[in-house]
Design a protein around this ligand. Structure first.
Ligand code: GDP
Length: 320
């Protein structure tokens, strides 16, 4: 097989993590030679380890998917750890990438970087149009600094990079720990456990009104690979999402229909709602990726995720 990825040397930080493992699988399937640095060998919060990693394993392209992140709960509980680990990792890795002369740095960003109080779907040109939502500022802002660094490094050092802004992911291999998980994984676990325990009711956080966008993790990995190949504007981030908004209440209804759970859903309004709406505009993405749109609809993605979680529950529950 000869193609863009054949024999390309690629390093994926976070390659054993949720998104990273799907990305590695996809890249290897396309013929790339993938290296995944493990934390025990390379502590990427230090410049020394970042540089050592890239010199010991030279690569043409570096995907920085490693992140310390999670749902609304961890943003309340661990703002300082989110801030420090993500800011330092991003800054050091990009500095190491230019010192090691990596050809292209693919930064994985987040929709939490967007202003948290805008109307409508989020467009790349609005990235700086207001403050991040208070519930996610420590994660969102530090990821956004990678976009600033990328522009500076392009101008001064000529480092090629792209910054991809990802919406909420879900799927196999996610964190199903309730202290860390995002809403889909949290609800999948609650629903499956309610079924197993024949619970008459279960609890969901907030009012159910917030609107979110959910992309199946394998679709997201495909889009990242395409963007790495086709997109090269270091000065303009690119959204990666479905462009489809779903309220938490609709998400609950979809999980009910996929699982057949008929118990009562109790809304705990003492828990935070977070941003009222977080949905990406995917117009530029579709153009840049030659018409690509995420193929997996929410009900099908949830069915695959729930089937995976049922089959792998014991192992999934031990993961932080
Ligand atoms: P966000 O997208 O950064 O706000 O992060 P989350 O995925 O954690 O939360 C999205 C929305 O789902 C928020 O409005 C939460 O209140 C709501 N939600 C409902 N139930 C849960 C739950 O059990 N866990 C989490 N993490 N969120 C929940």
């Amino acid at each position: 097989m000869q193609g863009f990825w054949s024999d390309k040397r690629v390093t994926v930080t976070g390659g054993a993590g949720f998104l990273g493992q799907h990305l590695v699988k996809r890249l290897e399937g396309l013929g790339a030679k993938v290296f995944v640095p493990r934390q025990r060998d390379y502590n990427l919060t230090t410049l020394e380890a970042c540089l050592r990693c890239l010199l010991e394993h030279p690569c043409d392209m570096l995907f920085h998917t490693a992140a310390y992140y999670g749902g609304i709960g961890i943003n309340v509980a661990e703002p300082a750890k989110l801030y420090y680990s993500n800011l330092v990792m991003g800054a050091n890795l990009m500095e190491a990438a230019r010192l090691a002369k990596v050809n292209k740095f693919v930064a994985i960003g987040t929709a939490c970087s967007y202003p948290g109080y805008l109307e409508g779907n989020l467009k790349e040109e609005d990235l700086w149009a207001g403050p991040c939502h208070a519930s996610v500022v420590n994660y969102g802002l530090t990821k956004k600094m990678m976009a600033v660094q990328a522009q500076a490094y392009k101008r001064q050092y000529g480092l090629d990079s792209i910054h991809l802004i990802l919406t909420n992911l879900y799927g196999p291999g996610d964190s199903y720990n309730p202290d860390r998980s995002h809403v889909v994984a949290a609800l999948v676990r609650k629903w499956v456990e309610a079924e197993l325990g024949k619970a008459p009711s279960l609890e969901v956080w907030g009012t159910g009104k917030p609107i979110r966008e959910f992309i199946y993790v394998e679709d997201c990995a495909d889009a990242i690979v395409l963007a790495a190949e086709k997109y090269d504007d270091a000065t303009m981030p690119l959204n990666i999402g479905t462009g489809i908004g779903t309220s938490i209440r609709e998400l609950v209804e979809t999980i009910n229909s996929v699982t057949g759970y008929a118990g009562q859903v109790v809304w705990n309004v003492d828990k935070p709602d977070g941003a009222a709406k977080k949905v990406l505009d995917v117009t530029r993405m579709t153009q840049a990726l030659d018409g690509w749109i995420a193929p997996t609809d929410l009900a099908s993605g949830l069915a695959k995720t729930i089937a995976w979680y049922r089959a792998n529950k014991a192992q999934a529950d031990t993961k932080w």
